[in-house]
Design a protein around this ligand. Structure first.
Ligand code: AMP
Length: 314
């Protein structure tokens, strides 16, 4: 069967109108939010959406609201033509590629990168690239407890930005189902909680983490690793697999398990941001693995920050 040619939509009203007309015809819609530079991890989310709904929308938007001015927004890789080819050839195809230009531009003439009124860190406020640019956006969604630990410690605006952009995409696309990868485990839990707490009528699916054959978690950022750093970065997944094996064979002391992963990553030349074993739902730190846990790691290799995790059910 020939694959569908996806419709490309950049305008948010057009996007919403498309969704409404499809729903009026009794079609259900799945949304797969991405920041582009697509790989098999993203494509697996599309397969998951196909299982759930008639139609699938993939959004491609690098969200300035989740990057702080010191982070890698401008270095974030992009290849829109390559992404389109991948989306055309994914089994079952996709129906719409939603690629908005700037979701924080509300038509105010003063808005724009480099504009004047953004708060800054000097005022004691942690800011994102949206505020730094002076764009007149001031409404943020926060999932107050879940956003604090793990990635939230070194990236204090990140989950506020994620919850806000996902809310905006939900309001524009109006999907029935939204699919997120467990690769970003904390993000998935945060979106699930937000949807529950704010009564969105959307089913959130967590889709399994996809790895390269040698174990490295697939990520758009992997392309920025030197070949040497990519090899060294395997220490993350290798040590996580070992930790899972050890836990399933009776080693339930989290400090011991964490030490082994931290040591392996250090010895490989990486810099640990965090290595924590937490409850799968509440994301609270555990001392012993006696309930469903997830071992989450963030580490730097060169100037690339990688995250990975593994679920442990003893
Ligand atoms: P990103 O483009 O990195 O923002 O990711 C968009 C979506 O793809 C998120 O829900 C991610 O969790 C998911 N994703 C990214 N990498 C993977 C992976 N290796 N396996 C499964 N899902 C992934």
């Amino acid at each position: 069967m020939a694959n569908k040619n996806p419709l490309e939509i950049t305008d948010k009203d057009e996007m919403r109108n498309w969704s409404r007309s499809m729903r009026a015809q009794g079609k259900t819609i799945g949304l797969v939010p991405t920041m582009g530079y697509l790989h098999e991890g993203h494509l697996s989310l599309i397969q998951e959406s196909h299982k759930q709904t008639h139609l699938t929308v993939v959004s491609i938007y690098v969200n300035p609201g989740q990057f702080s001015p010191t982070e890698d927004l401008s270095a974030y890789p992009s290849d829109f033509l390559g992404d389109i080819q991948k989306l055309k050839s994914v089994p079952g195809g996709v129906d719409v590629i939603f690629r908005p230009r700037n979701l924080y531009d509300y038509g105010n003439k003063d808005d724009g990168v480099g504009g004047g009124v953004g708060w800054d860190q000097e005022g004691g406020k942690v800011v994102s690239c949206v505020e730094k640019s002076g764009m007149e956006h001031e409404t943020w969604v926060r999932v107050e407890r879940l956003e604090k630990g793990l990635c939230g410690i070194s990236r204090p605006v990140f989950f506020r930005g994620v919850a806000t952009i996902v809310t905006k995409l939900f309001n524009i696309v109006e999907p029935d189902v939204a699919v997120f990868g467990k690769k970003d485990y904390q993000q998935w839990r945060i979106i699930q909680r937000m949807v529950r707490d704010l009564d969105f009528g959307i089913k959130v699916i967590g889709s399994e983490l996809v790895r390269d054959d040698d174990g490295l978690a697939k990520s758009s950022r992997n392309v920025r690793l030197s070949p040497d750093d990519r090899q060294k970065a395997l220490s993350i997944s290798k040590s996580l697999f070992k930790a899972k094996f050890a836990a399933e064979n009776g080693q339930i002391d989290c400090q011991e398990l964490r030490n082994a992963v931290i040591q392996a990553v250090h010895e490989a030349g990486g810099k640990i941001d965090y290595a924590e074993i937490v409850d799968q739902e509440s994301l609270e730190k555990l001392e012993e693995i006696k309930r469903p846990a997830v071992f989450c790691v963030a580490a730097w290799f060169g100037n690339v920050r990688l995250i990975d995790n593994i679920e442990i059910n003893v």
